[in-house]
Design a protein around this ligand. Structure first.
Ligand SMILES: [Zn+2]
Ligand SMILES: [Zn+2]
Ligand SMILES: [Zn+2]
Ligand SMILES: [Zn+2]
Length: 413
């Protein structure tokens, strides 16, 4: 069939045999085929092709021969698809996608596609500033492709590791104690020297710093009355792992604004912070096990109470200092919300607090101690979250509400 120059070659052929595809399967042919030639169509990138064949314009039967003797199914050639040449229009970077033009080498079709961003290839983290004990450090890593960098902070350990010379072995910080402080030996249960208890001595600073060691031995306590009535002291910073705050240690220190006890402190003695009338915030660490009932009497400006979550003996829930085992509320402050479950509001718990204005006492409370709300001069609303009958049965200490201006106790949840 090659070389034919006419598209339609007509012929009239009478089929005598009833060939398949002619006038219906198996039926004898009733017409004379009128055959013409359909030229071969080569496939393109996107369209299928077909080999050349002969076809009857009347019945549509197809043949491989001009005479209509050889019925056939002309062979289809599938579309060949484009053959692309890829040309980068914009190179992909680590963070931005690129663009590529696809040009078909066979036809003039072209399209564009995105080349996805490659993503950084990060090198290892490099320490660019080592953390010190109290200050975070920094580490950085670089992308091998684009030099992009990322920076993290490396957390500080949070505390120095002092040698007995008061020099930190980790960061070389030298702790200089306030000159003039006095140190008294503390004898341990075994009769040997356990460490020293610090007191003011002849020191005159308003910002007292206590170093961890004195003459090579640890400073473990603030001596009884150690800083009593030192109202010039504004801050007291201890690098020593104090275990005990002695009786009346800071009594009457009216320059102190905050009391923050480290996790190492186990015991707070009688009236240790008595009448520290300017203290606004009190924070206890995890280790405190024994607090004298009057240790914090007279903190009349106290606004907040916080206790380490890890403290097993005391909780600071609701800005109240509560002994967990007994359910006794030892100390309240201006923002106290008395937690349900408290059994007793201890003697002097809110005494003279000049901030508290509204109290709701849960019905779990069975006793309100002596002078518990005495002198709370802003306390204008007092509600007992139970019935009047239950309130009658609550034990009330002497002067429990003297000078507190709220009128009648209100009832109900
Ligand atoms: Zn026909
Ligand atoms: Zn193409
Ligand atoms: Zn990169
Ligand atoms: Zn250090």
């Amino acid at each position: 069939m090659k070389g034919r120059s006419i598209a339609f070659f007509l012929a009239a052929v009478l089929c005598l045999c009833g060939a398949a595809g002619c006038a219906g399967e198996g039926e004898p042919q009733t017409h004379r085929h009128e055959i013409f030639y359909v030229e071969e169509r080569r496939p393109t990138c996107t369209e299928a092709g077909m080999e050349g064949y002969w076809i009857c314009r009347i019945c549509g039967a197809t043949f491989s021969d001009e005479g209509g003797k050889e019925p056939c199914e002309p062979e289809a050639f599938p579309a060949e698809g484009h053959d692309f040449f890829r040309e980068a229009l914009k190179a992909a970077t680590c963070e931005e996608a690129g663009r590529i033009r696809l040009v078909c080498t066979k036809c003039d079709y072209e399209e564009e596609e995105t080349d996805p961003a490659k993503g950084h290839i990060w090198g290892p983290w490099l320490t660019t500033r080592a953390p010190s004990c109290l200050e975070a450090g920094e580490e950085t890593r670089f992308c091998a492709n684009c030099r992009e960098q990322e920076t993290h902070s490396i957390p500080a350990s949070g505390q120095h590791k002092f040698g007995t010379d008061n020099v930190c072995t980790a960061c070389a910080f030298v702790c200089e104690p306030t000159p003039g402080l006095s140190y008294a030996p503390v004898t341990g249960e075994d009769g040997n020297l356990a460490g020293y208890a610090v007191s003011l001595g002849t020191a005159e600073a308003s910002q007292v710093v206590v170093a961890p060691y004195y003459e090579g031995e640890p400073v473990i306590a603030v001596a009884e009355k150690g800083f009593c009535d030192c109202n010039g002291i504004k801050t007291f910073t201890s690098y020593a792992l104090l275990v005990r705050i002695g009786a009346e240690a800071f009594r009457g220190c009216t320059g102190l604004r905050a009391v923050e006890l480290a996790d190492s402190v186990e015991e707070v003695g009688e009236m240790a912070f008595y009448a520290c009338s300017k203290v606004v915030s009190l924070r206890l660490g995890s280790g405190t096990e024994r607090i004298a009932s009057n240790a914090f009497y007279g903190l009349q400006a106290l606004e907040s109470i916080t206790v380490s979550e890890e403290n097993l003996a005391y909780s600071g829930e609701g800005n109240c200092l509560v002994e967990r085992k007994s359910g006794k509320l030892i100390l309240g402050c201006g923002s106290s919300v008395i937690p349900d479950g408290v059994r007793e509001i201890c003697d002097y718990a809110f005494h003279n607090n000049c901030l508290i204005s509204c109290v709701e006492v849960p019905s779990s409370v069975v006793r309100i101690g002596t002078s518990a709300f005495d002198g709370c001069k802003e306390l204008t609303s007092f509600t007992y979250l139970g019935t009047a009958e239950e309130w009658e049965r609550v034990e009330k200490g002497a002067r429990w509400r003297d000078y507190a201006p709220f009128g009648e106790v209100r009832f109900g949840a």
